[in-house]
Design a protein around this ligand. Structure first.
Ligand SMILES: [Zn+2]
Length: 433
């Protein structure tokens, strides 16, 4: 393989930016992923890359698979990203679907999560192809639908069910993002090795509706409010699985991070680290949707509450269910149902693995410090890890990804970082030869 310095001559930053702008302009909010795929397919066709497939779970909900085979057998690497985005929300200073550029940044919903990454993946395929596929092994790129909503009938879970061959023969995978992080004043490139799980239950309280002039103790909104007040929101928990996995990451600070009192003291000066450590040392429970009532003079006969919990490998969906049941049973003898809505398990890939070691080597070669981290949100990597494939999130950047903007207003990517991330992936493939 050519060295990166030679290879980079075959790619222009502007062509990458152009594709990013085009796909930001498609508001693929839990829909229209196939339109994003068609933009990418147009480029693949121009480049003479024929090995791609668009697999739709329903019309418009396309998952794009791109294969680039090297000259001989070797490491089969899967790159996982997604083409759907979350709704823009309020507070943008520019149109979230314009793909506008300002001061060296490209703005828009998906500019980071995850459209920049799928542009980098696409140009990795283009670059390897332009260079005559002079590498060993196989690169498979998976640009999935529905990552944000996690409907089991779309996206990665649809592929696992209906097209399982996509995951056969894969030796390791790269998942969503990573990037430069600054933790406690120390800058490093993140390697995400695992993630907390996510469980959502719908609590349905049922009672007798009646005229609001007739008061009583069985007012469902009152019962529901009491439940919400009593439900614990943060439970301190030391996950031995995660703690062992991170044993090198934080050095001496590790002992402090997992000690409740000391961690408070240590993290006081660093609000972002503080939030991260809070999430990493607690099971968190949030109420995200509440629905009840239709008329101002009727006490409702039904109330629905969505509870979303973030858990460790030591818990599962029934653990959360028991917590909800225990809290409810102290408040009401009324009828209620607890219905599981979504469950993404907590997962972890070990660092005792060739791909992990090669990622570390690549980051060091680029003069950065590698930092293994556990993500407190969940992603499609959980499903791929469940198939026994190790997954690491790795996306080299020169600027910190602005985490608060990812699902918020003014999401943006430093455009030169598209090339920096491509450099990371190219060097990784060179190192794994
Ligand atoms: Zn994402």
């Amino acid at each position: 393989m050519l060295s990166w310095n030679e290879a980079r001559e075959y790619i222009e930053l502007e062509e990458m930016c152009e594709l990013l702008r085009k796909i930001i302009r498609i508001p693929s909010i839990g829909s229209r992923e196939s339109e994003v795929a068609y933009e990418i397919i147009d480029l693949l066709e121009e480049e003479g890359i024929k090995e791609y497939k668009l697999l739709e779970s329903e019309e418009g909900r396309g998952n794009l698979i791109i294969d680039v085979k090297g000259r001989s057998e070797g490491f089969n690497l899967l790159f996982i990203g997604h083409s759907d985005v979350v709704p823009p929300g309020e507070g943008w200073s520019i149109n979230p679907f314009s793909g506008e550029e300002r001061d060296g940044y490209i703005y828009g919903r998906g500019a980071i999560d995850d459209k920049s990454q799928i542009v980098v993946y696409t140009y990795l395929a283009v670059l390897l192809n332009r260079l005559g596929r002079d590498f060993r092994g196989r690169i498979r790129i998976l640009i999935a639908a529905d990552e944000e909503l996690q409907n089991p009938n779309h996206g990665v879970r649809y592929l696992i069910k209906e097209h399982p061959y996509i995951f056969k023969g894969i030796h390791g995978a790269i998942g969503e993002l990573g990037g430069l992080v600054s933790i406690g004043g120390r800058k490093a490139q993140a390697i995400i090795i695992g993630e907390k799980g996510s469980v959502s239950h719908k609590v349905v309280l049922k009672g007798k509706g009646r005229h609001s002039s007739l008061v009583g103790e069985d007012d469902l909104i009152k019962i529901g409010s009491e439940f919400l007040l009593r439900l614990p929101r943060k439970i301190y928990f030391v996950s031995e699985t995660f703690k062992n996995a991170l044993k090198d990451a934080f050095g001496w600070k590790r002992h402090l991070i997992f000690n409740r009192l000391l961690s408070k003291h240590l993290m006081n000066n660093d609000p972002i680290l503080n939030m991260y450590i809070q999430a990493l040392s607690h099971i968190t429970i949030a109420s995200t949707i509440v629905r009840a009532g239709e008329a101002h003079n009727v006490i409702p006969d039904r109330m629905e509450i969505i509870i979303n919990a973030r858990i460790f490998p030591e818990q599962n969906e029934s653990w959360v269910r028991r917590l909800i049941e225990k809290t409810l049973s102290r408040i009401t003898k009324n009828n209620y149902d607890i219905l599981l809505q979504t469950y993404v398990p907590a997962t972890l890939s070990t660092t005792d693995n060739l791909l992990y070691k090669k990622i570390v080597e690549t980051i060091r070669e680029m003069n950065y410090t590698p930092l293994p981290l556990i993500q407190v949100g969940s992603s499609d990597s959980a499903w791929v890890r469940s198939l026994g494939i190790p997954v690491y999130h790795f996306f080299t950047t020169t600027k910190e990804l602005e985490i608060d903007k990812i699902h918020g207003a003014d999401e943006r990517i430093w455009k030169k970082d598209l090339l920096k991330a491509l450099e990371g992936y190219y060097r990784l493939i060179a190192n794994i030869q």
